[in-house]
Design a protein around this ligand. Structure first.
Ligand code: NAD
Length: 509
């Protein structure tokens, strides 16, 4: 291709804008990267790595907007999110199409991604009852104490590639509904659906400067962690980056919450409903090409359930691998060529380390999408702790199967794994399920539910190495994360003789 052709092609590729102070602006950065359709390798747009000056401008706009936004009546804030949820519903198909084009997941799953975020927006519309304080009357004679949940100031969010709609919507709606202003840093791999959601948020009435967006990678994230005017950082992504973000942000005096990597075990008891269990397990292992932090990537077959592998493999072979836009697709491509190569490398490692490759999904032929980053469903049995495919998060369509003699052995295995994001038990026994829910040391537990992500009436509750920071990213916990609790203790003097005299004790009287 000639240089002039290259130049012409580059000029027609759209650029992803920054949002600063209510304006969508072109970055002045000299560093950009392509956003690529993972099924075709077509370049959809280019995203900038924003400069330090652009981050400063975004934070300054958010700090300025906070002065008025923090005192905006609750009803005004709530009505913006009522309108926003309506706009998201009206644009559901468009949002899903953008998401599938840049991320690869199927259209139905892309709608699910948007929907799980929409649920948080609906919850944000209920901010009036969520952000109420408490009051105790007469804590001493004529003295009342009450709490105010006050916004912190400028908050920031850093999001991963795998849920480019849901996870930004975990963050900015609740931060803004509680009276904060926000700087969002979406994944540089698929920021387009996030930006469409941001446009709709402005259309819903979020004022200038209350929501800002910068793009980039390591440098801009470090800039967010260090910035003196940012009060809290919410991060979702890998354990490696999340640990760094948590340490750097808290060292700089910020609140931080980091939801990170996982290895989610599905424990299958021999009394489980076999048909339902295998279907649930495969959906949770291979949906979104295994690129979910809550995917059931690890099966622990207990006792005679170990005989179910042949049926598991037979069912997995019926799953359809194709581009996410094609009807009937079960498994779309991985996000990038690098992700595909990494997963293929881990499969090779599994074979080399002695696990049994029951189903090999490498190099599937997908007619019409020969350039796509596809890997088909892959199943290993005979997996043990110490093997790389057990010790690492694979984040691809690979299910590793371990064996356990008893429920106690299975619980011991799960609890010995450092990760604590999610787990599930499949059983028809209430006693086994109850024992599991009591003894398992994992934040989110499913009982015959393979991906137990709580709805926003609750909070996301990953634990141990999957999470840093005490409070989860949505639900009731996030109200506390995004606010400072202030207690006010008050007395009004209406009688000059009551409490007469100087009180030098600590007691109220
Ligand atoms: P990632 O950690 O590579 O990227 C997350 C964010 O960090 C992105 O915005 C990225 O730009 C930024 N980043 C990347 N490298 C950085 C660096 N060196 N320094 C500072 N910032 C950096 O994660 P990903 O690949 O986008 O997402 C997949 C991971 O996210 C998986 O591990 C998955 O389990 C995890 N995840 C966890 C949850 C959860 O709730 N626990 C949810 C979704 C995804």
């Amino acid at each position: 291709m000639s240089q002039s052709q290259q130049g012409r092609i580059q000029t027609v590729v759209p650029t992803v804008k920054l949002l600063i102070g209510g304006e969508f602006v072109e970055s002045q950065s000299t560093q950009w990267r392509d956003i690529v359709n993972p099924a075709t390798q077509a370049v959809l747009a280019r995203v900038p790595f924003a400069t330090a000056q652009e981050l400063n401008a975004a934070v300054a706009a958010a700090a300025q907007a906070f002065k008025t936004w923090r005192k905006t009546p609750i009803g005004v804030r709530a009505r913006i999110f009522l309108k926003y949820q309506q706009l998201i519903r009206e644009h559901m198909k468009e949002l899903a199409a953008i998401l599938t084009a840049e991320q690869g997941k199927t259209l139905a799953d892309a709608e699910g991604d948007v929907f799980r975020g929409l649920e948080v927006v609906e919850h944000a519309a209920n901010i009036g009852s969520l952000q109420m304080g408490e009051l105790a009357a007469n804590v001493a004679t004529g003295v009342d104490t009450f709490t105010l949940l006050q916004p912190l100031g400028v908050c920031a969010g850093i999001t991963p590639f795998n849920f480019p709609a849901m996870i930004p919507l975990w963050m900015f709606p609740m931060a803004i509904a509680t009276g904060n202003t926000f700087v969002l840093k979406p994944s540089e791999q698929d920021p387009m659906v996030t930006m469409r959601l941001v446009e709709l948020a402005l259309e819903a009435g979020i004022p200038k400067g209350v929501l800002n967006v910068v793009h980039g990678g390591e440098e801009i994230v470090n800039g967010i962690c260090d910035h003196a005017d940012i009060k809290a950082v919410s991060f979702v992504g890998s354990t490696r980056v999340g640990t760094h973000v948590y340490q750097r942000a808290t060292l700089a005096g910020k609140r931080a919450q980091c939801m990170m990597g996982a290895k989610n075990h599905a424990v299958v008891m021999p009394d489980a409903n076999k048909e339902q269990t295998l279907n649930n397990l495969l959906g949770a292992a291979f949906g979104a090409a295994g690129q979910r932090c809550m995917s059931a990537s690890t099966a622990v077959l207990v006792g005679t359930a170990q005989n179910w592998i042949a049926d598991l493999v037979a069912k997995a072979q019926t799953l359809k691998i194709n581009a996410g836009v094609e009807a009937g697709t079960d498994i779309g491509p991985l996000i990038s060529c690098a992700a595909r190569d990494r997963v293929n490398g881990l499969i090779e490692r599994g074979i080399a380390e002695g696990a049994r490759l029951e189903l090999d999904g490498r190099k599937p032929r997908v007619a019409g999408y020969e350039q796509g980053n596809f890997i088909g469903p892959t199943i290993f049995s005979g997996v043990r702790p110490g093997m790389t495919i057990y010790d690492q998060e694979i984040f691809g369509p690979v299910l590793v199967v371990l064996a356990a003699d008893t429920l106690d052995d299975a619980v011991e295995l799960v609890n010995a794994n450092p990760n604590g994001n999610g787990t599930a038990i499949f059983t028809q026994s209430g006693a086994a399920a109850r024992k599991f829910q009591e003894d398992i040391d994992v934040g989110q537990v499913g009982i015959n539910v393979p991906i137990p992500v709580p709805v926003p009436l609750f909070s996301f509750t990953g634990s141990r190495a999957s999470k840093l920071g005490d409070l989860g990213p949505y639900g009731k916990q996030v109200i506390l994360f995004y606010t400072q609790t202030k207690t006010v203790t008050q007395r009004w003097f209406d009688d000059s003789t009551l409490h007469a005299g100087v009180n030098t004790t600590i007691s109220l009287r």
